[in-house]
Design a protein. Structure first.
Lengths: 392, 392
């Protein structure tokens, strides 16, 4: 065992602060049922690596292994995730009246979305802890990623997805050997089915996002990567389409880690959360000044990744937005689908509807004066449009 | 202008050997109507770079810019192509009775396939030469890639694709702003429509593969990358699904360049071409010892990228296979679709049918004793399965 592969130290509840040993598989905090965070020995990490350590390493998520929770390299289950391009978007910028727009194109991950980051980390850690059967609810992309990484690890996967999810998401899971059930209802109903499955059959581990501590660790690498790509400086604003919000929470955690590592200062990008008008619980809670969100009723949007009525980490999303001086914006389905077309025709990226939502939000934020034309702004294109094609 | 950005020197006919200046847009050789190859000042390239030059550079195709044909960095039209993972496939290997299998997963390119490499190079060079309207026939993925890179460059794209191509290919082109026509017939009929369009309207440039000299230059980077990923050694065999065969031709060209650069010796991998039983002109010509292929009649296969009745570069494909001591194998549609399932369930890669064909071929090559269990073998997964989902 290479003791320097990871500086993972313990788990800590993001709400009550209680510590737990890293050696047992855990889901939510056993005391207060809130998400657990992985904590690292960052002093030791700062001795092992510095900002110049990564450029020499292979591209991708695992170049940051010292600050990821997998302890033995042979347990890393990888399909080449991370290392996605940061593209300067000059034609989109000209179209929308900005000068410094960037796209972080997460569609170049395995299985075509940012979900690969979280699931690579979570399946790897589950494998390391001896788990061989993983289950999760999904709006689509997380299921495909879980099925893929489970297959690579030789593990079983159970995926519950809404019955109205486009067929390619189902087929991807099936071709990767997962057991898939289509559920009449939303992702929240799928979560209930996963819980039921786990009561009926032993041995399944729940990989629902933020109900286990490691998907957020995979997602946090988006911030490490982005900061490295900007030469260890930070953009002024990050526009992030928010369903479960794990990426936003993870990036916020990563900025804190980077400050402790001495790699960045106290500055932060403004974290701007985008939701769909038909399902905007974070936007409502942000406007009303609430610490937690009220689950959306009759959630409906064509951007299926945003059709998440209630997020386990709602308080963490809202905290990050507020601490960063950010914003939360809702956009209509028409506007986000127009955003996809604008993105495709100006920048050549055929994005999933969630990516289009960032373009739509940018227009709103310009009109309301919240973002200015010379600010350095990153839009997260969380996945590709191919699996969603029937919606166009 | 950075004179060291590229060592591109001139164009040379792959058949008659005539040289042409690099400054004019050209399609086929004006004398004998065969493909043109870009030639470099490799002596100067060897002074500028060596095998250790690339690891420090950003991941992706353009790290090899000295041996690519674009002469000014500002003309590079990039969406983050190349730098795709080389995955050790231990579970697939165990399933098929091999010990050293690798997958080159080209689905992690922009637009989800290896076509991004060729079109990034070709659109960049067209842009550099002042062309602003590009047209091509496609079986699907080349159209999406052309539309995407043309959009990024602010160029117009015209794409002709068979009417039975699955809808996501069409939608991707349209969302990227291309003009698309669906043609009753095969890619060869689409090529006729492109020629007609060019007669009817001025200003269009034909980007059909090997009918212009630069798509093959983008594709050749698969060999540079692979060799770098193997630490500047070579695998024993490469299994490559062959429609137009540009990648195979490009890789073979790259191995010669690498030898001239002093980066590899005279050894070569055996180049193994895989086609579908319903459209196997290269396999037939190989078996019959012909230098050129007879176009397939009634071409039919579910692997649409392999439904290419006649390849412009047939003699170059056949030459590479023979010079390498390689093989050409045809597999059934049933076998290749089973290959997709095997790949998905063992390695977590949901491949397009062409990728499944390499798995099917590997089984045949094992049974016939052509490949041995300890050989180091690379399967090219040329694209992802998402756009093909309706075929499953």
């Amino acid at each position: 065992m290479n003791e320097n592969f990871s500086t993972f130290h313990h788990l800590e509840c993001a709400s009550c602060g209680q510590r737990f040993a890293k050696t047992e598989p855990l889901n939510l905090c056993p005391l207060c049922h809130q998400p657990l965070f992985a904590r690292y020995d960052l002093e030791r990490a700062a001795q092992l690596i510095d900002r110049s350590s990564f450029a020499k390493r292979e591209s991708g998520l695992w170049r940051f292994h010292e600050i990821l929770p997998i302890e033995r390299p042979e347990n890393v289950i990888s399909l080449g995730e991370g290392g996605t391009p940061l593209v300067k978007a000059n034609r989109l910028a000209a179209e929308l009246g900005f000068n410094n727009l960037y796209l972080k194109d997460e569609s170049l991950n395995p299985t075509g979305s940012f979900k690969a980051r979280g699931l690579s980390a979570a399946v790897s850690k589950a494998f390391e802890l001896g788990i061989r059967k993983v289950a999760l609810p999904t709006a689509g992309n997380a299921g495909g990623a879980a099925a893929a990484y489970a297959a690579k690890a030789g593990m079983k996967a159970f995926v519950a997805m809404p019955a109205d999810t486009p067929a390619p998401f189902l087929i991807e899971c099936e071709q990767c050997g997962a057991e898939v059930e289509r559920i009449d209802g939303l992702i929240s109903d799928c979560a209930k089915r996963v819980a039921e499955k786990m009561r009926q059959e032993s041995g399944w581990f729940d990989l629902s996002t933020l109900k286990e501590p490691y998907r957020v660790e995979g997602k946090k690498t988006m911030a490490y990567e982005l900061t490295e790509q900007f030469g260890w400086s930070l953009p002024d604003a990050i526009i992030y389409p928010t369903g479960g919000g794990t990426g936003l929470i993870g990036m916020w955690k990563a900025f804190h880690e980077m400050e402790q590592l001495g790699w960045i200062g106290k500055e932060r990008p403004r974290m701007i959360s985008v939701q769909a008008e038909g399902c905007a619980p974070i936007v409502e809670a942000f406007i009303q000044g609430h610490e937690k969100a009220t689950p959306a009723k009759n959630a409906q949007t064509i951007a299926l990744g945003l059709r998440v009525p209630g997020a386990v980490g709602d308080f963490l999303i809202l905290r990050a937005i507020r601490e960063s001086g950010g914003e939360a914006v809702a956009v209509s389905d028409d506007a986000l689908m127009q955003g996809v077309r604008t993105l495709g025709s100006t920048e050549g990226i055929f994005a999933a509807p969630e990516g289009g939502a960032t373009v739509a939000a940018l227009q709103t934020l310009k009109e309301t004066g919240i973002l200015h034309e010379n600010e350095r702004i990153v839009l997260f294109i969380t996945g590709g449009g191919a699996k969603y094609a029937e919606l166009f």
